[in-house]
Design a protein around this ligand. Structure first.
Ligand code: G3H
Ligand code: 13P
Ligand code: ZN
Length: 309
C-alpha cells in the first residue's frame, strides 16, 4: 500500500473516538519496530521526522526505509514532518513525497503564525499534502513559569477557532499542559481537559494533536538508571490521561521520548549484562524489541487504534 495522508485516519478517529500514534523515527530499527507493531495490531500509524532527523538520517534513507516496510506490510502509514520550522523545510518534504507536514509557528505572535501557516497550507494543499499547525506553547518544568504566564501559554479556544478558519490547516496541535522530553511535571501530572473540551466544542471536525505525550515509561527509566543513566525525576503523562484524551477528541498523539528510552534501556542492559558484546545487532536488537512492545501497548491499551486499518 502506498503512503496515505492523515485525512481518512483522522476522520475515523473522530467518528470512533480513538487516537492515532505519531512516532518519531531516526533510523531503521525504529521504523521496523513501529511498522511491525502497527501491522500486527492492524492499526494506522504516523511516522514522523523532525528537521534534526532529516539532517541525521537524510530524506532518501527515511523515505526508502518506510517504503521497504510498506512492501512487507499492508498497513496505513502517513509520513509526516514534525515541527517544520519554516516554509522551505515544509516545501522540501512536500516535494520529497511526505504526505503530511507540520508548520510550527507557535513561537510567533498570532497574526504572524497565521500568515506563515497559511503560506505552507496553500503550497501543501496544491500538492495534495495535509498540514498540521500549532497554537499555544508547550512549557517544560525547567521553564519555571508562574501561573498567569502558564495560563497565557495554553491554547485559547476562541483563538483556535479563528486560527483554523483563517489558515485552513487540516489539524491543530494545542497546548493543554504537556511538554517535550522526559521531565514533564514536578508534582502530580495535570492536563487542562477543560480547554480540550472547549476547543472540541468550537472545532468538532478538526483533528486535534497532542505533542509532548510520552508516558516516560517507569520500567524503562528504571532499567536505564539501573545500568548507569542519571534520569532521576523523569516523569510523563500517565496512560490513563492519554486514554482519556483519545476519548475526548484528540486524534494524534506524539511519542518520541518513550521510544528513545526503550532503545536506550535495551542498549544499556545488553552492555551491562554482556560486557563482551560488540555486535550492534545484539544491543540494537533488544532496543528494537522494547520499542515494538511499547508501540503495541500504546496502540492497543492506550490509543485504541488497533483493528482500525
Ligand atoms: O518534538 C520534538 C521531537 O522529540 C524531535 O526531537 O529534534 O531531537 O529530533 P529532535
Ligand atoms: P515526547 O517528548 O513527549 O515524546 O513528545 C514528542 C513530540 O511531541 C514530537 O513532536
Ligand atoms: Zn512535538
Amino acid at each position: 500500500m502506498p503512503l496515505v495522508t492523515t485525512k481518512e485516519m483522522f476522520k475515523k478517529s473522530i467518528e470512533e473516538k480513538f487516537a492515532i500514534g505519531a512516532f518519531n523515527i531516526n533510523n531503521m530499527e525504529f521504523v521496523q519496530a513501529i511498522l511491525d507493531a502497527a501491522a500486527e495490531e492492524s492499526s494506522p500509524v504516523i511516522l514522523q521526522t523532525s528537521s534534526s532527523a532529516l539532517k541525521y538520517a537524510r530524506i532518501p534513507y527515511l523515505k526508502h526505509m518506510i517504503e521497504a516496510g510498506l512492501e512487507e506490510h499492508d498497513v496505513e502509514v502517513a509520513l509526516h514532518l514534525d515541527h517544520g520550522p519554516d516554509f522551505e523545510t515544509c516545501k522540501l518534504c512536500v516535494d520529497s513525497g511526505y504526505t503530511s507536514v507540520m508548520f510550527d509557528g507557535s513561537k510567533y505572535d498570532f497574526e504572524k503564525n497565521i500568515e506563515l501557516t497559511k503560506q505552507v497550507v496553500d503550497y501543501a494543499h496544491s500538492k495534495g499534502v495535509v498540514v498540521e499547525a500549532e497554537l499555544g506553547k508547550l512549557a517544560g518544568i525547567e521553564d519555571n513559569v508562574n501561573v498567569s504566564e502558564e495560563d497565557s501559554m495554553f491554547t485559547n479556544p476562541e483563538e483556535a477557532l479563528e486560527f483554523v478558519k483563517r489558515t485552513n490547516c487540516d489539524s491543530l496541535a494545542i497546548a493543554i499542559g504537556t511538554s517535550h522530553g522526559a521531565y514533564k511535571f514536578k508534582g502530580e501530572a495535570k492536563l487542562r481537559f477543560d480547554i480540550l473540551e472547549k476547543v472540541k466544542e468550537l472545532l468538532p471536525d478538526t483533528p486535534i494533536v497532542l505533542h509532548g505525550a510520552s508516558t516516560v515509561i517507569p520500567e524503562y527509566v528504571q532499567i536505564c538508571n539501573e545500568f548507569g543513566a542519571t534520569l532521576a525525576g523523569a516523569k510523563g503523562v500517565p496512560d490513563e490521561m492519554l486514554h482519556e484524551a483519545s476519548k475526548r477528541g484528540v486524534s494524534k498523539i506524539n511519542v518520541d521520548t518513550d521510544l528513545r528510552l526503550a532503545m536506550t534501556a535495551g542498549i544499556r542492559k545488553t552492555f551491562a549484562e554482556n560486557p563482551e558484546v560488540f555486535d550492534p545487532r545484539k544491543y540494537l536488537g533488544l532496543g528494537r524489541d522494547y520499542i515494538k512492545e511499547t508501540v503495541k501497548h500504546k496502540i492497543v491499551d492506550v490509543f485504541g487504534s488497533n483493528e482500525k486499518a
